[in-house]
Design a protein around this ligand. Sequence first.
Ligand code: DC
Length: 230
Amino acid sequence: MKKITIAIDGFSSCGKSTMAKALAKEIGYIYIDSGAMYRAVTLYAIQHRLFDDAGEADIASLQEHINQIHIEFRLDPCTQQPQTYLNGTNVEQDIRTMDVSRKVSNIAAIGFVREALVRQQQEMGKKKSIVMDGRDIGTAVFPDAEMKVFVTASPEVRAQRRYDELTAKGDTCDYQDIYNNVVTRDRIDMTRDISPLRKAEDALELDNSHLTPEEQTAWLLEQFHRIAAE
Ligand code: DC
């Protein structure tokens, strides 16, 4: 069976990372959450006060800082789950807050941010045997990926999932606030000038609104075995 590259793209809160993680574990591939990298840059900008009171980023200052932002993934020794590190500090929890979610789409629309992160992502994928999820993996990062999946689900289902995820962690949150964030991020992600979110022509489409995690993994494994055996 040949080693392949697997690109999983789609809307926010579609469960892409859950499914990509589960698939990578089943087939012994490395999993990379590219959204976590955009979130880490956003967290860096928040920590360095690069947003004004209206939530606008100081793009010129961020550009000066961009080469000082080092992102890596390390496996948690207990859970074996990948953790995001920003300049040597574990920020896995800090990058999932509503504040970061509100600001990340604007950071992800900046050309020099995308160039820097896409370069790192391509480097991570050089040896294949990788599952990467995001918005532009099948179109811009790995346009030659052997397996591409484009995931969709209704905004209501996605907002409910994010709400359940945050409340399970003990966060207090408002469903309407989350729903608005999901819809706004879809709009920004789909209409930005650089690498907008879109389905690659050769991607398989998966609407997971009514699928259980087990059904999704079974579907992904079926596609993987078919493609890797070709
Ligand atoms: O998947 P996520 O919600 O953690 O992604 C956070 C944001 O980063 C999302 O609003 C869009 C952006 N993103 C991107 O532009 N390109 C990627 N490859 C991954 C994420």
